[in-house]
Design a protein around this ligand. Structure first.
Ligand SMILES: [Zn+2]
Length: 388
């Protein structure tokens, strides 16, 4: 006689349990937490469903893990992926305990409910309808670390270089519509060091502030060039952007400014890369300041994320459109998709919830929509993993 399989909790219970395991990631060390408890919770559910489960530490990031759970065999599987972490929360702006998973009027409230713990509950529920013996291609459920704070989990997977499957769905909140491209992000600090001196005689110093005005002018020209070169009509803002976000320097009106720093943010469109854009940006600023006598320093504010290459024409995208009843679209937020694309996985983004509720107090997910997501994933698994 076969042993009884333990029953998987229902979808609402799973979302609530995931919310009850805090997994904040933050670039501020005092707010940052491990994500291991979420991976272990998912791992236990998936082991009960017959998955083989790996929980891998992320090198160089203590307490951070990626979960890779596989049902079936082969390297041409379907990967359902999400990040196990959340952003920090504003203590006093929530109407409920952000870690309670309160349910009211069909909505489950909690930190990470929509971004993106609900997707894991939908994926586990969909997976519970299958047994490995039915599969011609495997199903992989992946949970990553630190998506909200630099993407160390996805970077570690990309560095390891193992393709985890042939096709991937990242379940970020898109209202269950397939998203096939997004912009990339580059953030850079530009610092100028000159020489301070008495304001009455410019020859006594070398103004970093005046040098930075030249830099700002050059960045404006660079932006115009980028926008002319890279029109991208799929986006609401249909071109790359470059924002001068913060400038700081000098102290007194009667002193020549000795040091000045500018922080900028560039949003890249598909076709551009972080590495090439950074190289060009630095070269233009360096050329512009040539002969000024100012010392020039560049510092990436984080490693950056490449744009997601458009995958709207693929069979994977066509299947997801047909099953979801929605057309493909673009979003303004970044995801781990570019890392999956470098691993050779045909990737798109599609999950329950609304990105406008993410990173906000009183974040919630509609439980009906999570159930619809589970149904959608079940049909996707059926077509992808069982078909000859
Ligand atoms: Zn997210």
């Amino acid at each position: 006689m076969q042993a009884m399989k333990p029953a998987l909790p229902d979808i609402q219970t799973m979302v609530r349990e995931l919310v009850r395991h805090p997994s904040v990631s933050s670039v501020q060390p005092d707010l940052d937490m491990p994500n291991t408890a979420v991976c272990e919770l998912l791992g236990a559910w998936l082991e009960d469903l017959g998955f083989s489960v790996r929980i891998d530490p992320v090198p160089g990031h203590a307490g951070k893990t990626n979960l890779v759970a596989t049902l079936g065999r082969g390297d041409d599987g379907l990967v359902l992926s999400g990040h196990a972490d959340t952003v920090p929360w504003d203590e006093h702006r929530w109407d409920t305990d952000p870690f309670a998973g309160t349910v009211r009027d069909g909505r489950l409230y909690g930190l990470g409910a929509t971004d993106m713990k609900a997707f894991f509950a939908a994926a586990c529920h969909a997976a519970s309808r299958f047994r490995a013996g039915q599969f011609r291609r495997p199903l992989v459920i992946l949970a990553t670390a630190d998506e909200e704070s630099g993407m160390s989990g996805a970077r570690a997977l990309a560095d390891a270089g193992d393709r985890l499957g042939a096709c991937a769905v990242i379940g970020e909140p898109t209202g269950l519509a397939p998203v096939t491209l997004h912009k990339g992000i580059l953030m850079e600090a530009i610092r100028l060091v000159g020489r301070s001196g008495h304001s009455s005689d410019p020859a006594l110093g070398r103004s970093a502030l005046e040098g930075m005005l030249e830099v700002a002018d050059e960045l404006g020209r660079f932006r115009e060039d980028l926008q002319a070169r890279w029109p991208s009509p799929a986006f609401d803002v249909p071109y790359p952007t470059l924002n001068l976000g913060r400038i700081a320097g000098g102290d007194n009106p009667n002193r020549i400014c000795g040091e000045c720093e500018l922080l900028i943010d560039v949003r890249l469109v598909p076709g551009m890369t972080v590495a090439e854009t950074r190289r060009e940006l630095r070269a233009r600023v360096r050329d512009r300041l040539g002969g000024s006598g100012l010392e020039l320093q560049f510092r990436p504010l984080f490693e950056g994320v490449d744009p997601m290459r458009d995958t709207s024409g693929t069979a994977h995208a066509e299947r997801c459109c047909r099953l979801s009843g929605a057309g493909t679209g673009a979003v303004a937020f970044g995801t781990e998709a570019p890392f999956f694309q470098t691993l050779g996985m045909d990737t798109l983004v599609m999950g329950p919830g609304d990105i406008r509720l993410a990173h906000q107090p009183n974040e919630f997910v509609e439980l009906d929509e999570v159930s619809r997501c589970a149904d959608l994933l079940e049909r996707l698994i059926h077509e992808y993993c069982l078909a000859p």
